[in-house]
Design a protein around this ligand. Structure first.
Ligand code: ADP
Ligand code: MG
Length: 593
């Protein structure tokens, strides 16, 4: 007895539908992508009851001919691939010709479509894969697809749907993943008659503001980088706006939202110690890569992607973000006008780029007049624009490019102290207001971390100072001795719970030492320290906090100039080691207003 049956198309389609459309948001995604593939410049999304009763997408794209209007619901009907070779050069969103067939298998669908040069359009009604009606109609050029009563014939799926609020938030997420990167297209989104979004075409930043509100604009730094391998553009959140959850993190590749843990890690790594532990930056980053360098075996409706050049991408992305966070903001304020892009070819197979690292200006000597000459020299700032990109491409000479960086000097080096707390000085881009304590923290922090591995600078004390601790603290202090020596302290144990300090990294009064170490130990033990990811950051940040001049300290003109110069020599001049904002720029436009 023969036991094999061929499944009827309607059943096969229903099964396929389960893969493509598992909830209303899945159908929304497919319909929006089709509209974009059709070249639409404006797309309306209308839903009722979170897409349960209606999902409608109206576009002004190419439209379809009468026969295509029927064919498009056939399985494997697609205008996007002609030969299997095409699979390797996919630029469009969908290409398997499954979405409309799947949706039509599990809903009542009405399609209205008209080619731009046709006088009349077509309406097709299809229900559970059966065409029930087709007619010529007068309609706008472009396409409108209404999907009614999703899963009407698949009760199991229908019952599986969550509350409307949950389904609607899935749709919103799908919508955001699309509109954030297709900011050149206008979108509206209406739910139960209420307009949730009305987005004009514009820039990515305008789109972000259109979604989250105008106040969002100032929360980001721009990221721009172009190499042979990848073009990166987007926005990364300022550290002070980081969040406790990983919510607003969007990575796109070739106009498509993706999940890529390694690339996300690259972005987060760029923030280094700028973020407290368990807080995450927001970002919207779009990558453009040659489609042939993306692994095509990855399921097209899935968000996972594999790149041929994973490692190089990681390094470039991390460096680009870093540049935006640290150097770029500063560069911006100082009006660097040299080109700062670099080019990098694909890595040779098997090549693993070395871990990125940051270079820095090892000079440090706050308020020390003798050192001011070198510090005030803005001609050779040691800013790691390209320092962390491995040089493995023939002909690419990053060092040269880095040397080209010649920031302008502040317009006048004169500084003014405000309320014993802020230093005000003029930059070419505007008026800089610098928090003196945070600035000094950054400078000291850089210097302490720099000293690791190098011969630290220290100043011998006139009289050795002895510090005493409880037995438990003394043990901990003993463990930290190598670190402290690395920072320029000369300390020796001297009997029971006592240590003798003979030199310090500079600018510390003898009487400051005991409280400095007590506080450092307390912080090292306490919760305050847990927010930093490693021991060295913890110690340096703690020491920097205490060694820094405090708010309220009156500074001389010379001291302020020195501090400003030292600050601008730091790679992350904009943010204090504990992630607080150091510099605010009031630009001339704002002053005019
Ligand atoms: P795919 O997008 O993978 O090709 P779909 O089932 O989503 O498969 O769509 C089938 C075909 O229908 C598309 O290839 C396209 O030619 C046509 N089509 C679908 N939606 C639209 C639209 N909004 N405008 C114009 N053509 C469309
Ligand atoms: Mg499609």
């Amino acid at each position: 007895m023969d036991i094999i049956n061929i499944l009827p198309d309607s059943v096969a389609n229903q099964i396929a539908a389960g893969e493509v459309v598992d909830r209303p948001a899945g159908a929304v995604k497919e319909l929006l992508e089709n509209a974009m593939d059709a070249g639409a410049t404006h797309i309306d999304l209308i839903v009722k009851d979170a897409g349960r009763t209606l999902i409608q997408v109206i576009d002004n794209g190419s439209g379809m001919s009468d026969s295509d209007a029927r064919l498009c619901f056939e399985r494997h009907a697609t205008s996007k691939i002609h030969r299997s070779d095409d699979l390797f050069a996919i630029h469009t969103m969908g290409f398997r010709g499954e979405a409309l067939a799947s949706i039509a298998a599990i809903a009542q669908v009405e399609l209205r479509t008209r080619l731009h040069d046709s006088e009349l359009g077509t309406t097709v009604q299809i229900e559970g894969s059966q065409i029930v009606d087709q007619q010529l109609t007068a309609c706008q050029p472009g396409t409108s697809i209404s999907v009614k009563n999703l899963f009407f014939n698949v009760p199991a799926r229908r019952n599986f749907l969550k509350k409307d609020s949950v389904e609607l938030s899935h749709i919103e997420e799908v919508f955001k993943r699309i509109v954030l990167v297709h900011y050149d297209i206008g979108f509206t989104f209406v739910s139960n008659g209420k307009t949730l979004y009305d987005l004009r075409p514009g820039t990515m930043l305008q789109r972000i503001a259109g979604i989250y509100g105008n106040h969002y604009k100032e929360r980001f730094y721009e990221v721009q980088e172009e190499t042979d391998l990848v073009k990166i553009s987007g926005f990364v959140g300022k550290p002070e706006y980081s969040r406790r959850t990983r919510g607003e993190q969007y990575l796109f590749v070739n106009g498509r939202y993706i999940k890529h843990p390694a690339l996300s890690a690259a972005v987060e790594k760029a923030y280094d110690e700028m973020l407290p532990e368990r807080s995450y930056p927001s970002y919207y980053i779009a990558l453009q890569v040659d489609p042939s360098r993306i692994d095509v075996n990855i399921h097209p409706t899935k968000t996972e992607v594999k790149f041929v050049d994973d490692h190089a991408l990681f390094a470039i992305l991390r460096s680009a973000v870093k540049k935006s966070l640290g150097v770029f903001t500063l560069a911006n304020q100082l009006s660097f006008d040299t080109p700062d892009e670099f080019n990098i070819g694909p890595a040779p197979t098997g090549y693993t780029p070395p871990a990125p690292s940051v270079s820095y200006n090892p000079n440090y000597n706050p308020f020390k007049a003798s050192a001011s000459q070198s510090h005030m020299d803005f001609k050779q700032p040691d800013i790691p624009v390209h320092a962390d990109i491995p040089d493995y491409t023939e002909g690419a000479d990053f060092q040269d490019e880095a040397d080209v960086q010649e920031p302008q000097q502040p317009q006048s080096s004169a500084c003014l102290q405000l309320q014993g707390r802020f230093i005000v000085t003029a930059l070419s881009s505007g008026l800089a207001i610098i928090d003196q304590q945070r600035a000094h923290e950054r400078v000291i922090y850089e210097r302490l971390t720099k000293a690791e591995g190098q011969v630290p600078s220290s100043q011998t004390l006139l009289f050795p100072v002895s510090c005493q601790f409880t037995v438990a603290d003394a043990e901990l202090f003993g463990e930290l001795l190598p670190d402290l020596r690395g920072y320029g302290f000369e300390v020796e144990p001297a009997g029971q719970a006592t240590f003798v300090v003979t030199a310090t990294p500079s600018d510390l009064k003898e009487s400051d030492l005991q409280p400095l170490f007590d506080q450092m130990l307390a912080e090292y033990k306490g919760a305050a320290m847990q927010k930093f990811s490693n021991r060295s950051h913890s110690l340096c940040a703690s020491l920097a906090r205490q060694m820094a001049v405090k708010s309220g300290k009156v500074l001389s003109q010379e001291e302020m100039q020195q501090l400003v110069a030292d600050l601008f020599a730091c790679p992350m001049a904009d943010t204090s080691p504990s992630g607080k904002k150091i510099i605010t720029i009031v630009n001339p436009e704002d002053i005019l207003k």
